[in-house]
Design a protein. Structure first.
Length: 140
């Protein structure tokens, strides 16, 4: 059975307070920390947990989106096929730089409008990256 990371992305009004809170809760500092961005790759439970200052992830503070992170191209293709089979619309992004990582990704929404990012991280990146206009419209 494949192992996946569930991804949780939150938009934070007080980034420093939230970073300190989650560092205490998880018992470790973020593995990736940039200006307005913090990421923990937890193993128990297997979660990719991200905080972003609210101007990087516009909208109300709180959960911004959820995601499923896989390790291979085949797992991403299989996950995309399963999502398409539900009939939900999919925004196919492909290879991109986002959140200080090079990745391949797609976006889907559940029937209630909850956004899910389906992705595979390829490598770290020095910059946050830029979203396409379609992805930006989906992200806000």
């Amino acid at each position: 059975m494949r192992r996946i990371h569930i991804h949780v992305n939150t938009s934070e009004a007080d980034f420093a307070a939230s970073r300190d809170y989650y560092s205490g809760l998880f018992g470790q500092p973020p593995g990736k920390l940039r200006d307005g961005y913090a990421k923990w790759m937890l193993e128990q439970p297997r979660v990719n947990f991200v905080l972003e200052i609210s101007d990087l992830a516009p909208g109300q503070p709180g959960i911004h989106h959820l995601g499923i992170q896989v390790d291979s191209d085949q797992e991403l293709a299989d996950l995309g096929a399963a999502a398409k089979a539900t009939g939900a619309p999919m925004l196919e992004v492909g290879e991109t730089t986002c959140c200080f990582s090079r990745s391949q990704k797609n976006w889907v929404q559940d029937p209630s409008g909850v956004r899910w990012e389906l992705f595979r991280s390829i490598a770290d990146a020095e910059d946050y990256g830029e979203k396409t206009p379609a992805e930006q419209a989906n992200y806000t």
